[in-house]
Design a protein around this ligand. Structure first.
Ligand SMILES: NC(=O)c1ccc[n+]([C@@H]2O[C@H](COP(=O)([O-])OP(=O)(O)OC[C@H]3O[C@@H](n4cnc5c(N)ncnc54)[C@H](OP(=O)(O)O)[C@@H]3O)[C@@H](O)[C@H]2O)c1
Length: 273
């Protein structure tokens, strides 16, 4: 049985759906299980029963400080080794993302996986086009962001989900491989142009000040995380493309510009309604 963790998150749900669409039997695991899912919470050892799992699609459980994230991943990997899981597929962070504040938790998880004794595949995911579009802020007359003219090789989350499903469905040929799954370069200005509005660049100090002092509801780890994305995109560290994702999908990538434009449009509707 293939088990997809984080099955109520966006990536996990889409990967599970892609497996089922391909006719591959798979189960979801979630902190809030629904419809035949397993209860699986990396923070709760009592739920970490992975007996009967042949392939574990381990969706990273981010959105916390690195020590918490790593403890979660260590707990599930220990359970996988104990319970005889046949193969672990982990959704990590693109190689170019080494500059990002949250890279350490991913690289440390990769180290645990390599040392686990389990057969593994690492999928180094690029930043979502949905995320990029959502990070562009609406003003009264257009969009603003800290990204300047920097390009991001943004990727549609559904493409990453489909790639993860493809590997999980037949992991053996991917054993011991790291796939770098990035998209095509887009810029904030191109998103703004597609929406027929201007884009204004914020300097990094103003952006960080906004994150620290006026953005509603951010957790303490988020301002440094978001500032690191801003400087890495702005200075061109996340723009490189690569063949791994289209090779895995066997088709052209979903257009990340269209996905980012849709995300920016949705955030305008949310802000105005
Ligand atoms: N590449 C990118 O641009 C990007 C952007 C944002 C995040 N990420 C990373 O990619 C992951 C998946 O992204 P997403 O878009 O699906 O995020 P999402 O929709 O916010 O989902 C968060 C995921 O984290 C899981 N999770 C959180 N705490 C957990 C715990 N204690 N035990 C087990 N699972 C836990 C959730 O599982 P359940 O709710 O089902 O339990 C859910 O799958 C994120 O968790 C984050 O690490 C990547």
């Amino acid at each position: 049985m293939i088990l997809v963790t984080g099955a109520n998150g966006n990536l996990g749900a889409a990967a599970l759906a892609a497996l089922r669409l391909a006719g591959v039997p798979a189960q979801g695991g979630s902190r809030t299980p629904a419809g035949g899912m397993r209860h699986l919470d990396f923070d709760d050892p009592a739920t970490l029963d992975l007996r009967g799992v042949t392939t574990l699609l381990l969706i990273s459980a981010g959105y916390a400080e690195d020590d918490i994230v790593l403890a979660r991943h260590a707990a599930v990997l220990d359970a996988a080794a104990r319970d005889g899981v046949g193969h672990v597929v982990y959704t990590s962070l693109t190689t170019a993302g080494d500059h990002l504040a949250f890279a350490a938790a991913h690289r440390a998880t990769e180290r645990l996986i390599r040392g686990s004794g389990l057969p593994w595949t690492i999928l180094r995911n690029g930043l979502y086009a949905e995320l990029f579009g959502g990070l562009l802020a609406w003003t009264s007359d257009g969009l603003e962001s800290p990204f300047g003219d920097g390009a991001l090789a943004a990727v549609a989350r559904t493409d990453l989900a489909e790639a993860a499903a493809t590997v999980a469905a037949d992991p053996t040929p991917h054993t011991g491989l790291v796939h770098d799954l990035v998209g095509a370069p887009i810029t904030a200005t191109r998103v703004a142009t597609a929406l027929a509005v201007p884009h204004r660049t914020l300097d990094l100090a103003a952006y960080r000040d906004r994150l620290l002092n006026t953005a509603p509801g951010l957790l303490p780890f988020q301002p440094p995380m978001l500032s690191s994305i801003a400087t890495a995109v702005r200075h061109g560290f996340l723009s490189a493309t690569g063949p791994d994702l289209p090779n895995l999908l066997g088709r052209p990538l979903t257009d990340p510009l269209a996905v980012a434009v849709a995300a920016a449009s949705a955030s305008r509707r949310a802000a105005s309604g």
